[in-house]
Design a protein around this ligand. Structure first.
Ligand SMILES: [Zn+2]
Length: 367
């Protein structure tokens, strides 16, 4: 590679003396970008993305060196549509989720605050904050990297919203493919479940049923029949109809599960405008209290209102909790667990693994 050949690219200019690529002995022409999402980027853009990934990698290392509580470092470089870059790293007061935040959410908050500060200097027109790129890295040495980094389910429940992210938002991470360090480019939408499909709160047994590819394997594995899945959905529907604890959000949601050949159902309970008990976690807790280590969640049905409303505000906050699905599949359920959803014109029977296609392996897997 000669510097001249890169500089011939019209949208490309970088001070190569301070380049992190040079520091890491990398060459943009020999650093492949791989994607299953048909993402095409010019050389200049690819150069900037690798620089930002390396910058995030260094930031993640510094976070560990500084003694962050988990000993694991993650950082994300966020690019907004107006081409401003901001960086954030994982922040942990404790190991509890209530006092922790992942690198990507931390970076999005930095980006939002910095965009707002820029806007405050010239507060004219609409404040239009949209995320274009998320460049995600960890503290793991580049020689030891294997799989790409994908957002965890807590982050995905943030990202599965459309105010600040859209179908054009791209995610980048290093990964190793056949021994070679490459950059994996993905559309954010390809991590997210059925973003464009809203569930329905109208139900009858005569609806068409559609089966995902893997659901058939799960029916055999768990010795269940499609009628068991329909009956489970009906249990969730009955629980939904009697849900009287959501007077704050006006959003009724219920979840039913089959665990150890028994059905457990719970409904959403509002505490305040923002805080509530999530019904899947609640139903799973009942099963775990009863069946302890033997708990085996074979099927889950969600039923409810996609939208909450409160003093004239309407929020598309959804029926299915990505966060809860992600949590229970760590131990008490699995990617094979069936998921039953009621859409407007049909009932979909799928699996957790298909619904949340790219599993992020949490560092603290419960065994
Ligand atoms: Zn996360």
């Amino acid at each position: 590679m000669s510097t001249n050949s890169i500089n011939n690219n019209s949208d490309f200019s970088t001070n190569t003396e301070n380049s992190l690529l040079v520091k890491y002995g990398m060459n943009i022409l020999n650093t492949p970008f791989v994607s299953d999402d048909n993402i095409q980027l010019g050389l200049g853009e690819r150069y900037i993305i690798v620089e930002k990934l390396l910058e995030a990698h260094e930031f993640a290392k510094i976070n560990v060196l500084a003694g962050n509580i988990t000993g694991r470092g993650f950082a994300t470089n966020v690019c907004t549509v107006d081409r401003a870059w901001s960086m954030g790293t994982n922040f942990n007061n404790t190991r509890n989720d209530i006092s922790s935040i992942c690198g990507e959410r931390s970076a999005i908050l930095t980006a939002y605050n910095e965009a707002l500060i820029r806007y405050s200097r010239r507060p004219r027109g609409k404040f239009d904050f949209k995320v274009k790129y998320l460049c995600m890295a960890s503290n793991i040495d580049l020689n030891e990297i294997t799989e790409m980094i994908a957002p965890c389910e807590d982050c995905m429940s943030w990202l599965n919203t459309n105010r600040y992210f859209n179908f054009n938002t791209l995610v980048f991470s290093f990964e190793r493919t056949q021994g070679e360090l490459v950059v994996r480019a993905s559309r954010l939408a390809s991590f997210l479940p059925y973003k464009t499909y809203a569930t329905s709160n109208e139900f009858d047994f005569n609806k068409e049923i559609r089966f995902s590819k893997n659901s058939q394997i799960s029916f055999v594995k768990f010795k269940l029949e499609p009628k068991d899945a329909l009956e489970l959905l009906n249990e969730a529907y009955k629980k939904y109809q009697t849900n009287e604890y959501t007077n704050v959000s006006n959003q009724k949601v219920a979840a039913s599960i089959i665990s150890n050949n028994e059905v457990f159902s719970s409904s959403k309970i509002d505490w305040t405008k923002r805080w509530y008990v999530e019904p899947l976690e609640s139903a799973a807790s009942c099963a775990i209290e009863k069946h302890k280590k033997e708990t085996n969640i074979k099927a889950i049905a969600y039923f409810g209102d996609e939208i909450s409303s409160n003093s004239n505000e309407i929020h598309n906050d959804g029926v299915v909790s990505i966060k809860s699905l992600g949590r229970i599949r760590q131990k008490y359920a699995s990617n094979d667990s069936l998921l039953v959803l009621n859409f407007k014109n049909y009932i979909l029977i799928t699996t957790i693994g298909e619904y949340l296609p790219k599993k992020f392996e949490q560092g603290y897997k419960i065994t």
